[in-house]
Unconditional design. Structure first.
Lengths: 409, 427
C-alpha cells in the first residue's frame, strides 16, 4: 500500500496530569492489567474536587528560573508538556525544524493574583471609590509579569521562547471547543499543504480558586466529593477539573517519513458543530457529526470510544443518549475524565493523545469506572472515536486510526 | 464548478465583499472614513471611571453604543454586532440571520471586572474566611448566573453566531494585538482550502477599564502625554512615548471570488496573501534584528506571489511606542529594501489609538477604503519626524494616490507577527 504523503500523523506526545508525566507513565496508570488509581483532592477546595498535578520537575523542560518566574502555573504545565512532545518527536534541539513548526494552541486566561484580589476586596468593602482607591491599590499591587501570565496567547509565546519553536502561532479560545479548533485547524492545514509540521496542545491548572469561581458562576462544578463522570447524574452532575498539560506533534506523513519519524497513529477526521443546546439538540448534533465521519469508519468491527464527557448536566446525559443510540456500532466506551478530571481546553486533545497511545500499543484501556463494560479490554483496535460534547457549548468528534505501515510501538 | 479565477498557485481567490467598523471616531465605515481622512482624533480624557492617581488618563473609548452598564464582554459584543451587521449588509450575503459561512472572531480576555468581584464579595458576607472563599460562597447561591457570560471564552462568538446564523463552530482566537489580522488569515485559508465559501472575520476589543489600563501602564507601554489628549498618539515621531489604549471592532466578509462574481456583488478588495512568524526572543520585545517581523512580511509576499516592488502603500502597525515603530521600520527596510523610504505609510493609530485585539481587523477595513478611494489617511501628530526612521509617512494631511497592492502589519506581545497583502480588483 502506498504511503499517503498528506496524512496527519502524530509523531510526538507530551502529557502531564494528576497521574504522572509522559506517555509511559500514563500507559502504566491507564493501560490494561493495572489496578486503577485516582489522584483527587476532595478537601483542599471543598465542596469542590480537583485532580492536582502529579509532582513534576519543571526545570527539566524549563531550565531557566527566570523563564519559570515569568509564567503562571498553567503556562509552566503547558510549556513542560510541549517540551516533552518535541523531545518525543525528535524535534527538540533541532533549530531547522523548530524554526518552522507551527503552533496551534488551546487556552483560556491565566491566573489572577488571589492574594491581591482579596486584599483589595477587603480594603474596598463598603467604599464607593470616589478617590481612586482602586487605582492606587492596583497600580501598586499588580505585577506586570503576572499580567503577561494572564494573556491567553502567552502559553504559545512562552513555548516559542523556551523551546525556540517559532514557525507561527495561533491560540484558540472557547473552553472545550478551543481544543477542538486547535486540532481541527492543524489537521486541515496539514491536509491542504498549508503546514507540514505542527505543535498542537493546551494546558489547564485546576488548582486555582479563580478558575473554580468562573465555573461555579455557570453552575458547572460537582459538589460534595469525587464520583466518576457517569455516577454524577444522580447528584445533579458537575465537573471535577483536572490539571493537565497535553501536546502533540502532528506532521504530514511524507515529512515524517523523510526524517525517519515514526507515528503513534494518524488523525483520520475531526468534525465539529455548535448546536443551540435546546433539549436533545446536542445529541442530534453528535449523531450528525458521526454520520459525517461514517465514510472513514470501519464497519466491520465495533468502534472503541474515548468519551470526553465532563459530568456537567444536561450535556453528559445528552452524550449518554448519543452513545446509547449508536450502541450497535460502538465498542467499549472509556470516559477518561473519570480518571484525569476535566481538562477543559486541553480535554479533547488529551483524548486524542490517549487514543494514539493505545493504537500504538495495539491495545485499549480498561473501564474508567464501574459503569463501563469490561468487555474488549486489551483487544486490538484499529480506530478510536474521541468525543467532545462541551460542558456549555460545542460538539465534536475525532477519529484516530492506527498506522499500519511503520508503527511506533 | 470550474474555477475561472485562481491565484498564482491555482488556489481560489479570496474576495472582500463587505466591511464594517466601530471606533472611538464613530459607528460605521462612512463616518469613520470621513473623520479619519480629515485627520480627526478620537482620543479623549477617560470619563468611564475615575482616573485619579493614574499616569495615563486618556483613551479612545467607544461611548454610547451599548445601553448596558459597561463591561468588556458586553461592549465588545455590541461593537462586533454593529460592525458585522454593516459588513453583511454591504455584502448582501445569505438570507436574514443565515450567513453562509464560518465566523472567526478575535475577542479580548474573558474575566470578571472589579464591579463584578465587588458585587460577589458583598453578597458573600456570611462566609467567614474572606477572599475567594467569600466570592465562591456568593457564586454558590446561584443568583449570579448572569455573570457567567463574562468568563466564558466562547460567549462572544456564541452570541454572534446566534445573531448572524453562521455555520459550524465559531472560532474564538487570540494572537494578542495581531488577533484581528489572524481572523482574516484563518478565513482566507479556509476559503482557499475549499472548506467554506465565505467567512465572517471580526476583531473586537473594549477593555478600557481600570485594571486593563493599569496593566499596560505598568508595562510602560502607554503614552502619558494626557494634555491635549488628541496629540498623545504620534507614531514614527521622535518624541513618541507610548500607545493610547482604544476600543473598536472591525468586520470583513470574505468570499470565494468566483462565488462573489457569480452572485454579482461588488468586490471591494482581494486578500492576496497572509504570513505569520513567531518571535522567540522575549515576551514583549522583538528580536533586535527584526527577524520574526521580516519573516512574517517575507512569508506574506511569498504567499501572495508578490515582489517587494509591487507594494504601493503600507498600513503600519505603528503603535507610537519607541520600540514598535523602530522595529517596524528596521524590518520593513530589510524586507522591502531601500525603496521603503519612498513607499507611503500611515498609522491609523495616530487618530483611533490602539484597538488591541481588534486592530488588525479595524485597520484592514481602513486598508480596503484606502484602495477603494485612492485616499491615504494621514498619520497625525507627525511634527517631529524621527530621523532614524526615514519613512514616507503620510504626514498630518491625507494624500491622494492610486493603491493597487498594499501591506497591513499587526504585531503582538508573545512574539506574534502577522502581515496581510491586500489588492484592488482586478489583480
Amino acid at each position: 500500500m502506498l504511503l499517503k504523503r498528506t496524512e496527519a500523523w502524530i509523531t510526538g506526545i507530551g502529557l502531564v496530569s494528576s497521574l504522572g508525566e509522559g506517555v509511559d507513565a500514563h500507559w502504566q496508570e491507564l493501560g490494561p492489567h493495572v489496578a486503577p488509581t485516582i489522584n483527587v483532592d476532595d478537601a483542599g477546595y471543598a465542596p469542590y474536587s480537583i485532580h492536582p498535578l502529579a509532582t513534576v520537575d519543571f526545570s527539566r523542560q524549563i531550565p531557566r528560573i527566570s523563564d519559570q518566574r515569568q509564567m503562571d502555573r498553567w503556562q509552566r504545565i503547558g510549556v513542560h508538556a510541549a517540551g516533552l512532545a518535541l523531545a518525543d518527536a525528535g524535534i527538540a534541539g533541532k533549530p531547522e525544524l523548530l524554526d518552522r513548526i507551527d503552533l496551534s494552541i488551546a487556552a483560556g486566561n491565566g491566573e489572577r493574583d488571589l492574594v491581591l484580589d482579596a486584599r483589595i476586596l477587603e480594603a474596598m468593602e463598603g467604599h464607593r471609590d470616589l478617590d481612586g482607591t482602586l487605582n492606587h491599590l492596583l497600580a501598586t499591587g499588580l505585577r506586570p509579569t503576572l499580567y503577561l501570565g494572564q494573556l491567553s496567547n502567552l502559553l504559545a509565546g512562552n513555548i516559542s521562547i523556551v523551546h525556540k519553536a517559532a514557525g507561527s502561532s495561533r491560540t484558540f479560545k472557547g473552553e472545550e471547543m478551543a481544543g477542538v479548533a486547535a486540532l481541527e485547524d492543524a489537521v486541515r492545514r496539514l491536509g491542504a499543504g498549508q503546514s507540514e509540521l505542527m505543535l498542537v496542545g493546551g494546558a489547564l491548572n485546576a488548582e486555582r480558586r479563580d478558575l473554580l469561581l468562573n465555573l461555579e458562576l455557570g453552575a458547572s462544578l460537582l459538589h460534595g466529593g469525587y464520583r466518576s463522570v457517569w455516577a454524577r447524574r444522580e447528584v445533579g452532575g458537575g465537573m471535577v477539573p483536572g490539571s493537565i498539560g497535553v501536546f502533540l506533534v502532528l506532521e504530514v506523513s511524507g515529512h515524517a517519513a523523510d526524517r525517519g519519524a515514526k507515528p503513534y497513529a494518524r488523525i483520520a477526521a475531526v468534525a465539529s458543530d455548535r448546536s443551540a443546546r435546546g433539549p436533545g439538540e446536542a445529541a442530534v448534533a453528535m449523531r450528525s457529526l458521526f454520520e459525517e465521519l461514517a465514510p472513514v469508519v470501519d464497519d466491520d468491527r465495533p468502534l472503541a470510544v474515548l468519551s470526553g464527557a465532563s459530568g456537567v448536566e444536561p450535556a453528559t446525559s445528552e452524550e449518554c443518549q448519543f452513545l446509547q443510540e449508536l450502541k450497535d456500532a460502538l465498542g467499549p466506551t472509556r470516559t477518561y475524565g473519570s480518571r484525569l478530571g476535566h481538562g477543559i481546553e486541553a480535554h479533547f486533545i488529551t483524548g486524542v493523545a490517549l487514543a494514539a497511545l493505545a493504537l500504538s500499543k495495539r491495545s485499549f484501556y480498561p473501564p474508567c469506572d464501574h459503569t463501563e463494560s469490561a468487555a474488549d479490554t486489551g483487544s486490538a483496535c484499529r480506530q478510536i472515536l474521541v468525543t467532545s460534547l462541551g460542558h456549555d457549548c460545542g460538539e465534536a468528534l475525532g477519529l484516530v486510526e492506527a498506522v499500519e505501515e511503520r508503527p511506533r510501538g | 464548478m470550474a474555477r475561472t479565477h485562481g491565484d498564482h498557485r491555482g488556489r481560489p481567490l479570496v474576495a472582500i465583499t463587505g466591511i464594517g467598523v466601530v471606533t472611538c471616531l464613530g459607528n460605521g465605515v462612512r463616518d469613520n472614513w470621513s473623520k479619519l481622512t480629515s485627520g480627526q482624533s478620537g482620543i479623549r480624557p477617560i470619563t468611564r471611571f475615575s482616573t485619579e492617581g493614574l499616569k495615563t488618563t486618556i483613551a479612545g473609548t467607544v461611548d454610547g453604543l451599548c445601553d448596558a452598564p459597561y463591561s468588556a464582554a458586553d461592549l465588545s459584543t455590541a461593537m462586533a454586532e454593529a460592525a458585522a451587521h454593516e459588513a453583511i449588509a454591504q455584502a448582501a450575503i445569505g438570507e436574514s440571520s443565515a450567513f453562509p459561512g464560518r465566523l472567526i472572531v478575535a475577542t479580548p480576555p474573558s474575566e470578571l471586572e472589579w464591579p463584578h468581584l465587588r458585587a460577589l464579595y458583598a453578597a458573600g458576607s456570611g462566609e467567614p474566611e474572606g477572599g475567594y472563599a467569600r466570592l465562591l460562597s456568593a457564586a454558590r447561591s446561584g443568583t449570579f448566573g448572569d455573570m457567567a457570560r463574562h468568563v466564558r471564552f466562547a460567549n462572544i462568538a456564541g452570541r454572534l453566531q446566534e445573531r448572524f446564523g453562521t455555520r459550524g463552530v465559531p472560532l474564538s482566537v487570540c494572537t494578542a494585538c495581531a488577533s484581528g489580522a489572524t481572523t482574516i488569515q484563518l478565513g482566507a485559508e479556509a476559503i482557499r482550502r475549499g472548506d467554506v465559501d465565505a467567512a465572517l472575520c471580526i476583531g473586537t476589543d473594549a477593555t478600557v477599564h481600570p485594571e486593563g489600563l493599569i496593566r499596560f501602564s505598568l508595562l510602560s507601554a502607554l503614552s502619558t502625554r494626557n494634555h491635549p489628549a488628541e496629540r498623545a498618539s504620534k507614531p514614527f515621531s521622535k518624541d513618541r512615548d507610548g500607545f493610547v489604549m482604544a476600543e473598536g471592532a472591525g468586520a470583513l466578509v470574505l468570499e470565494d471570488y468566483d462565488r462573489a462574481r457569480a452572485r454579482g456583488v461588488r468586490v471591494l478588495g482581494i486578500v492576496r496573501g497572509c504570513g505569520e512568524k513567531a518571535d522567540h526572543y522575549h515576551r514583549t520585545r522583538s528580536e533586535p534584528s527584526g527577524a520574526a517581523i521580516i519573516g512574517a512580511i517575507r512569508k506574506t509576499l511569498y504567499d501572495a506571489g508578490l515582489a517587494p516592488e509591487e507594494i504601493d502603500y503600507i498600513n503600519a502597525h505603528g503603535t507610537s511606542t519607541p520600540e514598535n515603530d523602530k522595529m517596524e521600520y528596521v524590518s520593513l527596510r530589510s524586507a522591502l529594501g531601500e525603496r521603503i523610504s519612498e513607499v507611503p505609510i500611515s498609522s491609523n493609530k495616530s487618530m483611533i489609538g490602539h484597538t488591541l485585539i481588534a486592530a488588525g481587523a479595524v485597520e484592514a477595513v481602513f486598508s480596503v477604503m484606502t484602495m477603494q478611494t485612492g485616499t491615504l489617511p494621514p498619520t497625525i501628530n507627525y511634527d517631529t519626524p524621527d530621523p532614524e526612521l526615514p519613512l514616507d509617512v503620510v504626514a498630518n494631511v491625507r494624500r491622494d494616490a492610486t493603491v493597487t497592492t498594499m501591506l497591513s502589519n499587526s504585531f503582538g506581545f508573545g512574539g506574534q507577527n502577522v502581515c496581510l497583502a491586500l489588492s484592488r480588483e482586478p489583480i
